[in-house]
Design a binder for this molecule. Structure first.
Ligand code: SF4
Length: 245
């Protein structure tokens, strides 16, 4: 396999969790595995086929795992005959994601500081954002959950350096859909992969919108005849208004 075909080298920080109990104290070293997004014990990384080396501090303590995990395999979308009437199925297959998505999408760059990201989440009242290059091409997703996880890991191991930017906490390789995708297909993808929101890409590969589970729920409610305001319960302040503060 050539260097270009190999998965990128990842530096995964090792954090040490100190546990005090009646029987004494013990320390457990864990890394958040990029394959599963779950904490794994350092012993597991030592036996993992994707490990290249374990980085150690001067005192000999493991501080990071350097590994090349392959991208997670994504399950295939499969279809069975629909139990819905033909008319409803046709509506789902003919409704483009662009009719449901939010076009006023806030993206962030990997270098954005976490304090600013937190401020955006709180003031604009959203829970996740696409991470993009300066040209608008997606490189990751970042959510409130990522911030909570990092705050937790920093709390259990205050000696570790605190992450400072979006690049330190985001999930890489985001699942995106093209603006030509149909709503049924997008909903199936969100259900299959457990996604709360999916960036929508235009023909130039740049983010042109975002569709959330809430957008899909609003669309379904409208199809059922309910009156649902476009912006939800309350409109957030405009980005220009926020930046002027
Ligand atoms: S070495 Fe293996 S188990 Fe450890 S973080 Fe990397 S991919 Fe996950």
């Amino acid at each position: 396999m050539s260097d270009e075909q190999r998965p990128p080298l990842r530096r995964v920080t090792v954090r040490t969790r100190h546990v005090e109990s009646e029987g004494g104290s013990c320390a457990v070293s864990v890394a958040t595995c990029p394959r599963s997004d779950d904490p794994v014990a350092l012993e597991r990384c030592e036996g993992c086929v994707h490990t290249e080396r374990i980085e150690q501090s001067r005192s000999g303590r493991a501080v990071a795992v350097h590994c090349r995990p392959p991208p997670p395999s994504r399950p295939e979308l499969t279809r069975k005959p629909s139990l819905l009437g033909c008319a409803m199925e046709a509506v789902l297959q003919q409704t483009l994601v662009t009719e449901v998505m939010t076009t006023d999408v806030t993206c962030v760059e990997p270098s954005l500081g976490l304090e600013r990201l937190t401020e955006l989440f709180l003031t604009l009242r959203f829970s996740g954002a696409p991470v993009v290059t300066p040209e608008g091409r997606p490189v990751g997703m970042v959510s409130k959950t990522d911030l909570v996880r990092e705050a937790y890991e920093a709390a259990i191991d205050p000696e570790e350096g605190t992450p400072r930017t979006v690049a330190d906490v985001m999930s890489e390789r985001p699942t995106c859909v093209q603006d030509t995708a149909h709503l049924g297909e997008v909903a199936a993808l969100m259900a299959l992969e457990g996604l709360h929101r999916v960036p929508v890409l235009g023909r130039d590969g740049r983010v042109c919108g975002i569709v959330s589970a809430l957008d899909v729920a609003r669309w379904v409610a409208r199809q059922a005849g309910y009156v649902v305001p476009a912006g939800g319960p309350a409109e957030p302040p405009a980005p220009e208004e926020l930046l002027a503060r």
